[in-house]
Write a protein that binds this ligand. Structure first.
Ligand SMILES: Cc1cc2nc3c(=O)[nH]c(=O)nc-3n(C[C@H](O)[C@H](O)[C@H](O)COP(=O)(O)O)c2cc1C
Ligand code: SF4
Ligand code: SF4
Length: 270
Protein backbone atom coordinates (compact mmCIF):
# COMPACT_ATOMS: atom_id res chain seq x y z
CA UNK A 1 0.00 0.00 0.00
CA UNK A 2 1.79 3.17 -1.13
CA UNK A 3 1.45 6.67 0.32
CA UNK A 4 2.18 10.08 -1.19
CA UNK A 5 2.74 12.95 1.23
CA UNK A 6 2.26 16.33 -0.45
CA UNK A 7 3.53 19.27 1.58
CA UNK A 8 4.20 22.99 1.68
CA UNK A 9 6.29 24.68 4.35
CA UNK A 10 7.79 28.13 4.87
CA UNK A 11 9.66 27.71 8.12
CA UNK A 12 9.91 23.95 8.56
CA UNK A 13 7.07 22.88 10.88
CA UNK A 14 5.05 21.22 8.11
CA UNK A 15 8.21 19.88 6.51
CA UNK A 16 9.14 17.96 9.68
CA UNK A 17 5.62 16.50 9.78
CA UNK A 18 5.92 15.38 6.14
CA UNK A 19 9.35 13.89 6.86
CA UNK A 20 8.02 11.94 9.86
CA UNK A 21 5.11 10.58 7.84
CA UNK A 22 7.46 9.50 5.06
CA UNK A 23 9.65 7.72 7.61
CA UNK A 24 6.86 6.00 9.52
CA UNK A 25 4.39 5.01 6.81
CA UNK A 26 5.14 2.02 4.60
CA UNK A 27 6.22 2.73 1.02
CA UNK A 28 5.82 6.50 1.40
CA UNK A 29 7.31 9.37 -0.57
CA UNK A 30 7.18 13.15 -0.11
CA UNK A 31 6.37 15.60 -2.90
CA UNK A 32 6.70 19.32 -2.48
CA UNK A 33 3.78 21.39 -3.74
CA UNK A 34 6.27 24.18 -4.56
CA UNK A 35 7.87 21.83 -7.09
CA UNK A 36 4.55 21.36 -8.88
CA UNK A 37 4.16 25.10 -9.62
CA UNK A 38 5.27 24.69 -13.23
CA UNK A 39 2.52 22.15 -14.02
CA UNK A 40 -0.90 22.97 -15.45
CA UNK A 41 -4.38 21.47 -15.38
CA UNK A 42 -3.68 19.98 -18.82
CA UNK A 43 -0.43 18.42 -17.66
CA UNK A 44 -1.09 17.46 -14.03
CA UNK A 45 1.09 15.49 -11.64
CA UNK A 46 -0.38 11.98 -11.61
CA UNK A 47 -0.68 10.18 -8.29
CA UNK A 48 -1.51 6.48 -8.16
CA UNK A 49 -1.00 5.89 -4.41
CA UNK A 50 -3.84 4.40 -2.37
CA UNK A 51 -3.21 6.95 0.42
CA UNK A 52 -2.54 10.67 -0.05
CA UNK A 53 -1.70 13.00 2.85
CA UNK A 54 -1.57 16.78 2.48
CA UNK A 55 0.50 18.72 5.04
CA UNK A 56 0.48 22.51 5.11
CA UNK A 57 0.46 25.50 7.49
CA UNK A 58 -2.71 27.37 8.41
CA UNK A 59 -2.74 30.88 6.94
CA UNK A 60 -5.36 33.40 8.13
CA UNK A 61 -7.63 30.59 9.43
CA UNK A 62 -7.48 29.02 5.97
CA UNK A 63 -4.93 27.45 3.65
CA UNK A 64 -1.95 28.84 1.70
CA UNK A 65 -2.94 29.96 -1.79
CA UNK A 66 -0.31 27.62 -3.25
CA UNK A 67 -2.12 24.67 -1.66
CA UNK A 68 -5.42 25.68 -3.26
CA UNK A 69 -3.74 26.19 -6.63
CA UNK A 70 -1.78 22.91 -6.41
CA UNK A 71 -5.05 20.97 -6.33
CA UNK A 72 -5.52 22.05 -9.96
CA UNK A 73 -2.13 20.57 -10.91
CA UNK A 74 -2.76 17.05 -9.55
CA UNK A 75 -4.73 14.09 -10.82
CA UNK A 76 -5.53 10.82 -9.06
CA UNK A 77 -5.78 7.48 -10.79
CA UNK A 78 -8.58 5.79 -8.88
CA UNK A 79 -10.06 7.14 -5.67
CA UNK A 80 -7.43 7.29 -2.94
CA UNK A 81 -7.91 7.73 0.79
CA UNK A 82 -7.10 11.44 1.29
CA UNK A 83 -6.40 13.07 4.65
CA UNK A 84 -4.73 16.30 5.75
CA UNK A 85 -2.65 17.69 8.60
CA UNK A 86 -2.77 21.46 9.07
CA UNK A 87 0.00 22.84 11.28
CA UNK A 88 -0.86 26.03 13.14
CA UNK A 89 0.40 28.37 15.83
CA UNK A 90 -2.70 28.26 17.99
CA UNK A 91 -5.95 27.53 16.17
CA UNK A 92 -6.69 26.08 12.73
CA UNK A 93 -9.89 28.09 12.29
CA UNK A 94 -11.61 26.83 9.14
CA UNK A 95 -8.44 25.59 7.39
CA UNK A 96 -9.36 21.91 7.30
CA UNK A 97 -12.92 22.66 6.17
CA UNK A 98 -11.71 25.05 3.48
CA UNK A 99 -9.19 22.46 2.30
CA UNK A 100 -11.94 19.79 2.16
CA UNK A 101 -14.11 22.07 0.06
CA UNK A 102 -11.28 22.99 -2.34
CA UNK A 103 -10.35 19.30 -2.67
CA UNK A 104 -13.92 18.41 -3.56
CA UNK A 105 -14.14 21.31 -6.03
CA UNK A 106 -10.86 20.59 -7.84
CA UNK A 107 -10.58 16.81 -7.67
CA UNK A 108 -14.07 15.59 -6.71
CA UNK A 109 -12.59 13.69 -3.80
CA UNK A 110 -13.85 13.66 -0.22
CA UNK A 111 -11.43 14.45 2.60
CA UNK A 112 -11.63 11.40 4.87
CA UNK A 113 -9.90 12.98 7.86
CA UNK A 114 -8.25 16.31 8.66
CA UNK A 115 -6.31 17.09 11.80
CA UNK A 116 -4.76 20.25 13.25
CA UNK A 117 -1.33 20.15 14.85
CA UNK A 118 -0.33 23.07 17.09
CA UNK A 119 3.34 24.01 16.63
CA UNK A 120 5.22 27.27 17.24
CA UNK A 121 3.77 30.24 15.34
CA UNK A 122 5.92 31.91 12.68
CA UNK A 123 3.92 35.02 11.79
CA UNK A 124 6.31 37.74 13.00
CA UNK A 125 4.16 40.60 11.59
CA UNK A 126 1.73 39.79 14.43
CA UNK A 127 3.96 38.45 17.26
CA UNK A 128 7.50 37.57 18.26
CA UNK A 129 8.53 33.93 18.72
CA UNK A 130 8.41 32.23 22.11
CA UNK A 131 11.61 31.23 23.94
CA UNK A 132 13.46 28.08 22.80
CA UNK A 133 12.21 26.34 25.93
CA UNK A 134 8.54 27.01 25.15
CA UNK A 135 9.04 26.16 21.46
CA UNK A 136 10.70 22.86 22.36
CA UNK A 137 7.80 21.96 24.68
CA UNK A 138 5.31 22.72 21.89
CA UNK A 139 7.33 20.68 19.39
CA UNK A 140 7.50 17.72 21.80
CA UNK A 141 3.73 17.67 22.27
CA UNK A 142 3.19 18.04 18.51
CA UNK A 143 5.48 15.02 17.95
CA UNK A 144 3.50 13.04 20.50
CA UNK A 145 0.21 13.91 18.78
CA UNK A 146 1.67 13.04 15.39
CA UNK A 147 2.75 9.65 16.77
CA UNK A 148 -0.91 9.02 17.62
CA UNK A 149 -2.11 10.12 14.17
CA UNK A 150 0.26 7.90 12.20
CA UNK A 151 -1.56 4.60 12.94
CA UNK A 152 -4.86 6.30 12.04
CA UNK A 153 -3.44 7.28 8.64
CA UNK A 154 -1.87 3.84 8.15
CA UNK A 155 -5.26 2.21 8.77
CA UNK A 156 -7.03 4.80 6.54
CA UNK A 157 -9.32 5.94 9.32
CA UNK A 158 -12.31 8.10 8.45
CA UNK A 159 -12.73 10.75 11.16
CA UNK A 160 -14.57 14.01 11.81
CA UNK A 161 -12.68 16.98 10.37
CA UNK A 162 -11.01 19.20 12.99
CA UNK A 163 -12.51 22.43 11.77
CA UNK A 164 -14.76 25.20 13.04
CA UNK A 165 -18.45 24.65 12.46
CA UNK A 166 -21.00 27.11 11.08
CA UNK A 167 -21.73 29.98 11.54
CA UNK A 168 -18.21 30.91 12.80
CA UNK A 169 -16.72 29.05 9.81
CA UNK A 170 -18.28 31.69 7.53
CA UNK A 171 -16.40 34.42 9.36
CA UNK A 172 -13.11 32.53 9.00
CA UNK A 173 -13.86 31.84 5.35
CA UNK A 174 -14.45 35.57 4.83
CA UNK A 175 -11.13 36.44 6.54
CA UNK A 176 -9.29 33.84 4.45
CA UNK A 177 -10.84 35.10 1.20
CA UNK A 178 -9.54 38.59 2.03
CA UNK A 179 -6.08 37.15 2.77
CA UNK A 180 -6.04 35.12 -0.46
CA UNK A 181 -6.87 38.23 -2.49
CA UNK A 182 -4.21 40.33 -0.74
CA UNK A 183 -1.31 37.93 -0.32
CA UNK A 184 0.33 38.09 -3.77
CA UNK A 185 1.14 41.78 -3.55
CA UNK A 186 1.52 41.84 0.23
CA UNK A 187 5.28 41.75 -0.35
CA UNK A 188 5.18 45.52 -1.03
CA UNK A 189 5.53 45.78 2.75
CA UNK A 190 8.82 43.84 2.90
CA UNK A 191 12.12 45.70 2.91
CA UNK A 192 15.73 44.91 3.70
CA UNK A 193 17.53 47.17 6.14
CA UNK A 194 21.11 48.37 5.62
CA UNK A 195 22.34 45.35 7.61
CA UNK A 196 21.71 43.27 4.45
CA UNK A 197 24.98 41.72 3.28
CA UNK A 198 23.70 40.67 -0.15
CA UNK A 199 24.22 36.97 0.70
CA UNK A 200 21.22 35.90 -1.42
CA UNK A 201 19.82 33.42 1.10
CA UNK A 202 16.36 35.04 0.97
CA UNK A 203 16.27 34.48 -2.80
CA UNK A 204 17.29 30.84 -2.33
CA UNK A 205 14.79 29.92 0.39
CA UNK A 206 11.74 31.57 -1.18
CA UNK A 207 9.71 28.48 -2.17
CA UNK A 208 7.91 30.31 -4.97
CA UNK A 209 10.83 32.27 -6.44
CA UNK A 210 9.36 35.59 -5.45
CA UNK A 211 12.71 37.27 -4.70
CA UNK A 212 15.40 38.43 -7.12
CA UNK A 213 18.62 40.12 -6.02
CA UNK A 214 19.17 43.54 -7.61
CA UNK A 215 22.49 44.44 -9.19
CA UNK A 216 23.27 46.10 -5.85
CA UNK A 217 22.72 42.73 -4.15
CA UNK A 218 19.45 43.70 -2.43
CA UNK A 219 16.28 41.56 -2.46
CA UNK A 220 13.52 42.74 -4.77
CA UNK A 221 10.12 41.12 -4.19
CA UNK A 222 8.22 40.08 -7.32
CA UNK A 223 4.57 40.33 -6.17
CA UNK A 224 3.51 36.69 -6.18
CA UNK A 225 4.19 36.19 -2.49
CA UNK A 226 2.66 33.48 -0.26
CA UNK A 227 3.57 35.24 3.04
CA UNK A 228 5.32 32.03 4.12
CA UNK A 229 7.91 34.01 6.13
CA UNK A 230 10.88 31.94 4.91
CA UNK A 231 12.80 35.04 3.73
CA UNK A 232 12.21 36.96 6.95
CA UNK A 233 12.95 34.01 9.24
CA UNK A 234 16.07 32.68 7.50
CA UNK A 235 17.85 36.02 6.84
CA UNK A 236 21.05 35.49 8.85
CA UNK A 237 21.26 39.13 9.94
CA UNK A 238 17.51 39.74 10.44
CA UNK A 239 17.62 42.51 7.86
CA UNK A 240 14.18 41.72 6.41
CA UNK A 241 11.26 43.55 7.96
CA UNK A 242 7.54 43.60 7.20
CA UNK A 243 6.32 47.22 7.55
CA UNK A 244 7.97 48.60 10.67
CA UNK A 245 6.62 46.32 13.34
CA UNK A 246 8.79 43.18 12.92
CA UNK A 247 11.98 45.00 13.95
CA UNK A 248 13.38 43.57 17.19
CA UNK A 249 10.84 40.71 17.25
CA UNK A 250 12.25 37.27 17.93
CA UNK A 251 12.37 35.12 14.78
CA UNK A 252 11.21 31.49 14.48
CA UNK A 253 12.11 28.60 12.25
CA UNK A 254 11.98 24.91 13.10
CA UNK A 255 15.23 24.08 14.92
CA UNK A 256 15.89 20.94 12.85
CA UNK A 257 15.26 22.53 9.46
CA UNK A 258 18.01 24.28 7.56
CA UNK A 259 17.77 26.86 4.81
CA UNK A 260 19.03 24.19 2.38
CA UNK A 261 16.07 21.94 3.28
CA UNK A 262 13.59 24.74 2.59
CA UNK A 263 15.41 25.58 -0.66
CA UNK A 264 15.13 21.92 -1.69
CA UNK A 265 11.32 22.28 -1.80
CA UNK A 266 11.82 23.58 -5.31
CA UNK A 267 13.20 20.17 -6.29
CA UNK A 268 11.56 16.80 -5.80
CA UNK A 269 12.37 15.64 -2.28
CA UNK A 270 10.76 12.20 -2.41
C1 LIG B 1 0.60 34.21 6.67
C2 LIG B 1 0.44 33.37 7.91
C3 LIG B 1 -0.80 33.28 8.52
C4 LIG B 1 -0.95 32.47 9.65
N1 LIG B 1 -2.21 32.34 10.19
C5 LIG B 1 -2.40 31.51 11.24
C6 LIG B 1 -3.71 31.33 11.78
O1 LIG B 1 -4.70 31.85 11.30
N2 LIG B 1 -3.84 30.52 12.87
C7 LIG B 1 -2.76 29.90 13.46
O2 LIG B 1 -2.94 29.20 14.45
N3 LIG B 1 -1.50 30.03 12.93
C8 LIG B 1 -1.31 30.83 11.85
N4 LIG B 1 -0.04 30.97 11.32
C9 LIG B 1 1.08 30.21 11.92
C10 LIG B 1 1.43 28.98 11.09
O3 LIG B 1 0.28 28.31 10.64
C11 LIG B 1 2.30 27.97 11.88
O4 LIG B 1 3.36 28.56 12.51
C12 LIG B 1 2.75 26.84 10.95
O5 LIG B 1 3.07 25.71 11.70
C13 LIG B 1 3.94 27.23 10.09
O6 LIG B 1 4.27 26.15 9.26
P1 LIG B 1 5.61 26.05 8.43
O7 LIG B 1 6.76 26.20 9.42
O8 LIG B 1 5.56 24.70 7.83
O9 LIG B 1 5.63 27.15 7.43
C14 LIG B 1 0.15 31.78 10.22
C15 LIG B 1 1.41 31.90 9.59
C16 LIG B 1 1.55 32.68 8.46
C17 LIG B 1 2.91 32.76 7.82
S1 SF4 C 1 19.12 36.94 3.34
FE1 SF4 C 1 19.21 38.92 4.41
S2 SF4 C 1 21.34 39.51 4.26
FE2 SF4 C 1 21.05 37.92 2.72
S3 SF4 C 1 20.50 39.05 0.84
FE3 SF4 C 1 18.58 38.54 1.85
S4 SF4 C 1 18.09 40.33 3.10
FE4 SF4 C 1 20.26 40.49 2.55
S1 SF4 D 1 8.89 36.44 -0.61
FE1 SF4 D 1 9.29 35.71 1.45
S2 SF4 D 1 7.25 35.52 2.39
FE2 SF4 D 1 6.93 35.74 0.17
S3 SF4 D 1 6.79 33.62 -0.57
FE3 SF4 D 1 8.95 34.23 -0.76
S4 SF4 D 1 9.94 33.59 1.14
FE4 SF4 D 1 7.72 33.52 1.45
Amino acid sequence: MSTTVLYFSGTGNSLTVAQSLARELADARTISLAELRGLTEDNPFKIDSETVVFVFPVYASGIPVIVRESLKRISFSGVPYVCAIATCGSSPGAAVGIFASELQKSLSVKLSAGWALVMPGNYTPLYGAYSDQVNNRMLASASERLRQLIPLIASRTVAALETTSLPVAWLFWFIWKGFAGWVGRSDRHFRALSACTGCGLCEQVCPVENIRLSSAGRPVWQHHCEQCMACLQFCPVEAIQFCWWTKGRRRYRHPQITAAMITAQKKFAG
